[in-house]
Write a protein that binds this ligand. Structure first.
Ligand SMILES: Nc1ncnc2c1ncn2[C@@H]1O[C@H](COP(=O)(O)OP(=O)(O)O)[C@@H](O)[C@H]1O
Ligand SMILES: [Mg+2]
Length: 230
């Protein structure tokens, strides 16, 4: 399988008043195309920080990140935001859907913002919402949906630009276990239809166990490639 993401000795230190906080040190990780990876560990261990670095929302203090053969540190700021929009989709614990727009409009938006055509936006959004089991909800507003439906809409929105990598930060953290599992079922069916890689940050081991591999973050500051569980 092709390598699509590589982190080499990545460290992140935040300045905190007159001192500093090292969240992780020399973290190395490789991911193959099409792989689903769970990043686990207790709250505050650095899961979100790691996702922000991989998603080009923040920069490492040292070390190198490479996605689809592009080395992040070689990108100028405007190139980095273009690369992020093309290559990475984000899903957060809270869906962040725009309340005054319908499900269809919310999902179409990133494609239209990227300069996509209206007809194609509609086609892409319709197709992906169908896979996510939401084809009867297209004209509904987010407030009319259940938590699981809102999160499935947020996933459809994150995937409309067909990113190589989907980053999900506690995507089921706000859902009951059954609804969380149903969201993961939809991701699995999507995976059978199109190729994308995914990192799920979660402290829920049942969700993590559904991924191909678990990368357990530990508090000793040093993390290396996770064990292969199945
Ligand atoms: N911008 C920041 N400035 C200072 N400390 C931060 C910042 N962002 C995160 N942290 C700290 O980094 C640690 C890891 O946080 P986070 O990545 O959110 O953990 P997790 O997602 O695993 O709960 C925490 O101690 C948090 O307080
Ligand atoms: Mg977090």
């Amino acid at each position: 399988m092709n390598k699509m993401l590589t982190l080499t000795n990545v460290s992140k230190t935040f300045p905190v008043r007159d001192t500093s906080l090292t969240v992780f040190k020399n973290l190395s990780l490789e991911m193959c195309e099409g792989e689903f990876l769970a990043v686990t560990g207790v709250s505050g261990i650095g899961k979100s920080t790691l996702l922000h670095l991989v998603g080009l929302l923040d920069t490492p203090s040292s070390g190198e990140i490479q996605l689809d053969n592009i080395v992040y540190s070689s990108l100028k700021p405007e190139e980095a935001s273009r690369f992020r929009n093309q290559k990475v989709g984000f899903v957060f614990q809270f869906h962040h859907l725009l309340p005054e727009f319908t499900v269809l409009e919310n999902v179409e938006m990133p494609f239209l913002i990227g300069g996509g055509e209206k007809n194609e936006a509609r086609e892409r959004a319709g197709e992906i919402l169908d896979i996510m089991g939401l084809s009867n909800r297209l004209e509904h507003f987010p407030a009319m949906l259940s938590g699981g439906e809102q999160q499935r809409t947020a996933i459809a929105r994150a995937l409309i630009n067909e990113p190589a990598l989907l980053l999900m930060d506690e995507p089921t953290g706000n859902l009951d276990p059954r609804t969380g599992n149903a969201v993961m079922d939809h991701l699995d069916s999507l995976r059978k239809k199109r190729k994308y890689s995914c990192i799920v940050a979660t402290h829920n081991m049942k969700i993590a166990a559904r991924c191909d591999r678990i990368f357990p973050m530990s508090g000793n500051g040093e993390n290396h490639a996770g064990e292969i569980l199945r």
